[in-house]
Design a protein around this ligand. Structure first.
Ligand code: B3K
Ligand code: ZN
Length: 867
């Protein structure tokens, strides 16, 4: 068996794109499935471009058995570090390649592997090369037929893309099924699953009247947990028809839930493979957040059928073409079905927290990266979430109608092909007539722009001037920055809460300001009093806003802004001012009466959506606050956040308690209203639990709970306030759920995030739990992922957390580099910490750098960080 990883990984550059030497028109795959020795025969019709006579195919972890050209055994080939080079080829030929692979040894979960005894594949980005030697690049689109042969008893279901066209029995208890996908696709969308499942069957009639069979496959015994996923799928199909005018294009849509999966899910044509976390849910085992996550991810993968599969990416540097756009679509789906403000708030939190942190890290990159060593490292918050913000800005600039015309034109031009980000922007520009030439810089420039606003009010002329400057600091790999086209929505408020109409040159003007240069001054007339500005409303651009708000202005906006996102934002800005002051000056937090009263007013306003109130009362997490400082004072931030929580709890005590009590009872369902009630009640519980006199509430809440949301609400409260009852509650939970890894992930996550210095020992004993497995990415992420961002454990000043992290990363480097590479991110930011922590983290990175056989996933990040 050949290990193809080169000694010194090489980078690929976007600028070096060339068209493929050959096209592959169709491929016929035959799999003989065996756990340790699977044989794959891949027969393709190949066409040379520009007279090429030699063909380089990539392949990894494969044993080559035979190469046949036009039915003749071919010896004119060479194996090298990357794969196979076949020479002396005619212009058009049939190529048959036989390979052998070992799925049971595949712990990286890329290519063909075993998940709890079921065969499954993951081919994006570059996993198909672990199945056969191929032109494994997204701009090679072929028609696939797939025959799967396996033992019938162990693997009654044999699934692949497209439609089932034949099946049969073999001797020795084996059987086979043949699938045909009529849509040409790149290799990363290929999928195969073979296993023993329960199957939930339903159907959907498309707008044009076609009947589509819907099938969800889950582990035996889990059928009753698949209904929400099915409902979400039908809702997605309907929504895409109504909002985007897009219909499904095959007769069958299958989803398989597997336990061993590196990410959330995968949009393989007609056969999605999902992490079971995003399929399985019922009242007892899933939180409301899980339910909403399932809806979003089912939607996301379904929406890829058009944005990703029908139009795919020319090369992997264009990943945001499909991911940014599809995230935008799933966010809109969730907003149309649920609460738009609450969805927006959560999206903004991700951008301002972890995405801004990524921008400020050594791995900072534009949404369309220029240089990649390991493509799996670029499935990032920048490509996905900032990518979605870029699409959202286009939507804001064009409006819904022109945006949809742009989508239509995009499909007219590029359906069935592999396109680029530039192609997308051109379609949007051509369909709308809006000039996006400057806007395109968002695709090539990395980093977070800072928009600084100052203002002047002229009481005599009744004019109000906003001076707006933009600046983007150099990032790790990009020194020079250019001004960006920033849509910047504003509103001006009078003291009485009314909105001042915007007038310039005696004419009404739009509230959406267009920032295109380094600095602008906008003068508004007929402003009858000094206004309170509401800036960057709805977060119209992924930028950091700097404006010197007075406390009274923020209190005013919290009360009277016409938009819930802005009210939330004003509250967050207020809290941020207190936190920054406390950390910078080393002083204690004391909230003013005005601030307490503003939060009290939100909490007691019966007219507000309770889910929104819960968000408004949620304090920024340590990770987000860390991003506000050049040098991160780990302990200072922890202290300030603890004090802030206590101050809010004390200031609002009776209202929190009254709200908590008023929201008890009621039948369980997952309507928005019920979810909102539980969210607010659990938020109140979190605050109350840090007060001495209410510490028994968490236990009562736990006992009384009839659903996982409340159970986790109780456990989180006990965990966050480190209550005496914590251990008992945690034990009770693991006693009930230790057989179910997916549910135990919640417990593992709580162990890893315990806010006290004994967390490392908790983590170590959690890893001894029977439900834990170092091979399962969900388990690893829940216990180690939470620990790696724990200020008390990971960042312990004696370095014990970093040392442990280093050991774990070294272990994962050999078994599952993709998971290791996701976990390492907090460590890459070592330069932002105090001297002592900086040195300790750096040491661990240096040990990793010198690790023999360092996977290129980690190599790329460690090198970038130590540079
Ligand atoms: N396209 C996949 C992600 C593949 C990640 C490969 N490391 C899921 C998604 O974004 O829908
Ligand atoms: Zn996606």
């Amino acid at each position: 068996m050949k290990d193809a990883a080169p000694v010194q990984p090489v980078a690929k550059y976007r600028k070096d794109y060339t068209t493929p030497s050959h096209n592959i028109l169709d491929i016929d795959l035959v799999f003989k499935l065996h756990q340790t020795q699977t044989v794959v025969v891949a027969t393709s019709t190949v066409l040379a471009n520009d007279g090429a006579t030699s063909l380089s195919l990539v392949g990894e972890h494969l044993e080559l058995k035979a190469v046949c050209i036009d039915g003749v055994d071919w010896s004119d080939y060479e194996l090298n570090d990357e794969g196979l080079v076949i020479s002396n080829l005619p212009d058009q030929f049939d190529m048959s390649i036989t390979t052998e692979l070992n799925p049971s040894a595949n712990t990286a979960l890329e290519g063909l592997y075993l998940s709890d005894g079921a065969f499954c594949t993951q081919c994006e980005a570059e996993g198909f090369r672990r199945i056969t030697y191929f032109l494994d690049r997204p701009d090679v689109l072929a028609k696939y037929t797939t025959t799967i042969e396996a033992d019938k008893e162990g693997f009654p279901f044999l699934l692949s893309n497209g439609n089932k066209i034949a099946e049969g029995e073999l001797e020795n208890g084996r059987h086979w099924v043949k699938w045909q996908d009529p849509h040409p696709k790149p290799s990363y969308l290929f999928a195969l699953v073979a296993g023993y499942f329960d199957q939930l069957v339903d159907s959907f009639t498309t707008r044009s009247g076609r009947n589509v069979a819907l099938e969800i496959f889950v582990d035996k015994g889990n059928l009753n947990r698949a209904h929400h996923a099915m409902l979400s799928l039908k809702n997605s199909m309907k929504w895409d028809e109504e909002r985007f005018d897009l219909e499904y294009d095959l007769d069958i849509y299958m989803i398989v839930a597997v336990d061993f999966f590196n990410m959330g899910a995968m949009e393989n044509k007609g056969l999605n493979v999902f992490n079971s976390k995003y399929v399985l849910a019922d009242q007892a085992s899933a939180t409301d957040k899980d339910y909403l996550g399932i809806e979003a991810v089912i939607g996301h993968e379904y929406f890829h059928n058009w944005t990703g599969n029908r139009v795919t990416c020319r090369d992997w540097f264009q990943l945001s073409l499909k991911e940014g756009l599809t995230v935008f679509r799933d966010q809109e789906f969730s907003s149309d079905l649920g609460s738009r403000p609450v969805n927006r708030i959560n999206n903004v939190r991700i951008i301002r927290g972890p995405q801004f942190a990524e921008d400020a890290s050594p791995m900072s990159h534009p949404i369309r990266p220029d240089k990649v060593i390991e493509m799996n490292n670029f499935y990032t918050l920048t490509v996905y979430e900032k990518g979605s913000e870029v699409i959202r800005m286009i939507h804001t600039l064009l409006g819904e109608e022109s945006f949809q015309s742009g989508m239509k034109l995009y499909f007219e031009r590029h359906d069935g092909t592999a396109a680029t980000c530039d192609d997308f922007v051109s379609a949007m520009q051509d369909a709308s007539g809006v000039d996006l030439s400057l806007f395109k810089r968002w695709y090539s420039q990395s980093g977070t722009p800072v928009v600084t606003v100052t203002d002047e009010y002229d009481a005599i002329r009744k004019t109000y001037t906003l001076n707006i400057r933009q600046y983007t600091a150099p990032t790790a790999t990009q020194e020079d920055k250019l001004p960006l086209h920033i849509p910047f929505d504003i509103e001006l408020y009078r003291q009485d809460g009314s909105v001042i109409p915007l007038v310039t040159d005696a004419k009404p003007v739009d509230s959406l300001l267009q920032i295109t240069k380094e600095s602008h001054s906008f003068v508004f007339e007929q402003v009858d009093e000094k206004p309170t500005p509401s800036l960057l409303r709805e977060f119209t651009a992924p930028v950091k806003l700097e404006y010197d708000y007075e406390e009274s202005q923020l209190v005013h906006l919290m009360k009277c802004s016409t938009n819930e996102v802005s009210r939330w934002d004003a509250g967050q800005t207020l809290l941020a001012q207190y936190i920054k002051h406390a950390v910078n000056e080393g002083v204690d937090i004391e909230l003013s009466d005005d601030v307490i009263n503003s939060f009290k007013a939100l909490l007691t306003d019966e007219g507000l959506d309770k889910a929104f109130v819960a968000e408004a009362l949620t304090l920024p997490p340590h990770s987000e606050v860390s991003g506000w400082f050049d040098t991160i004072d780990v302990d200072g931030i922890s202290k300030a956040l603890k004090q802030l929580k206590l101050a809010v709890a004390k200031g609002l005590e009776s209202e929190l308690l009254a709200t908590y009590q008023s929201l008890s009872g009621g039948e369980y369902d997952i309507s928005h209203q019920s979810i909102a009630k539980r969210a607010l009640r659990n938020t109140c519980l979190g605050f109350l639990s840090c007060l001495e006199e209410h510490q028994s509430l968490a236990e009562q809440h736990f006992e009384a709970s009839d659903n996982m949301t409340d159970t986790i609400g109780a456990l989180s409260a006990a965990n966050q306030s480190d209550l005496a009852s914590r251990e008992d509650l945690m034990n009770a939970f693991s006693g009930r759920w230790s057989h179910d890894g997916l549910v135990m992930d919640k417990w593992f996550m709580l162990q890893g995030s315990k806010p006290s210095s004994d967390v490392l020992s908790k983590v170590k004993s959690a890893m001894e739990h029977s439900a834990f497995s170092m091979q399962n990415p969900n388990r690893v992420r829940s216990v180690l992922g939470s620990f790696f961002s724990n200020p008390y454990g990971f960042h312990a000043i004696d370095g014990s957390g970093y040392e442990f992290a280093g050991e774990m990363l070294a272990r994962l480097n050999t078994t599952n580099p993709q998971v290791a590479s996701r976990l390492i991110d907090p460590m890459l930011k070592f330069a932002r910490y105090d001297e002592q922590r900086k040195q300790l983290m750096r040491q661990q990175l240096e040990v990793l750098r010198d690790t023999p056989n360092l996977a290129k996933d980690l190599f790329e990040k460690v090198e970038a960080a130590l540079k």
